[in-house]
Write a protein that binds this ligand. Structure first.
Ligand code: T5A
Length: 209
């Protein structure tokens, strides 16, 4: 349980690993059990943060990696203050599709922003997830899923293979450093089975049904 009341769950991983699908599936299962669930995402989650998301994902707007980092945290500050913290204070379960681990992976490991600078911004936010699911999927499977979806690409999806290898290494390093918070999930089975694995891990970590 988070120190603020409810349970704060985040989902992390590379592009197309199935985070949004799994987050929606987990939210539906918990709601069916009668829990209040806030299902949200980053960058985004509030009106202001969604506006910042538009700038962040626009591949036609060149932005220095440090500027991207600060915009991710500007969006996060609003999201945490006006959506996540109030929900946790009510005792709700919050399921967030990406959170600050994505900034560490993409902006620090991927784009070279100093880890210490991102850690300083994380301290400023002052909220740590209770449990972070790292969805793991081989790069070629993720690419196949994204190609099948046929949606336009954004700033990050345009990055090359070497960038995504650094991002994956970043997530792996963070999961190894915080085994009490991270749970690795095999994201290759069909969606229902991935959600089963999340529910099982959640029961194991929290003792909840
Ligand atoms: N970013 C974000 C940063 O650089 N720094 C930060 O601090 C933060 C917070 C956000 C981008 O911003 C970057 C990371 C991202 O590049 P986004 O569009 O929200 O942009 O990107 P993603 O979070 O990567 O979302 P995606 O939608 O691309 O990937 P998901 O959510 O992992 O995948 P999902 O669930 O949408 O599924 C993709 C496709 O696969 C199918 C789905 O139906 C869908 O078509 N699918 C499955 N197919 C088979 N089996 C399964 N188990 C499946 N699960 C899903």
């Amino acid at each position: 349980m988070s120190s603020t009341g409810g349970l704060f769950i985040t989902l992390e991983g590379g592009e197309g690993a199935g985070k949004s699908t799994a987050a929606a599936g987990l939210a539906a299962r918990l709601r069916a059990e009668g829990q209040e669930v806030l299902l949200t995402r980053e960058p985004g989650g509030t009106k202001g943060a969604e506006a910042i998301r538009g700038v962040l994902l626009d591949q036609d707007l060149p932005l220095d990696p440090l500027a991207q980092t600060m915009l991710h945290f500007a969006a996060r500050a609003d999201h945490v203050a006006h959506s996540i913290r109030p929900a946790l204070a009510r005792g709700a379960t919050v399921i967030c599709d990406r959170f600050y681990d994505s900034t560490m992976a993409y902006q620090s490991y991927g784009q070279g922003v100093a880890l210490a600078d991102v850690r300083a911004l994380i301290r400023l936010i002052g909220l740590t997830p209770d449990i972070t699911f790292l969805l793991e999927l081989p790069e070629e499977d993720a690419r196949r899923r994204l190609a099948a979806r046929a949606r336009g690409t954004d700033r990050y999806e345009e990055m090359g293979e070497a960038f995504f290898t650094r991002v994956q290494k970043g997530f792996a390093a963070m999961a190894a450093a915080e085994p009490g918070r991270f749970v690795k999930i095999d994201a290759s089975p069909p969606p229902g089975l991935v959600v089963d694995a999340l529910c099982q891990a959640l029961r194991g970590r929290t003792g909840r049904r």
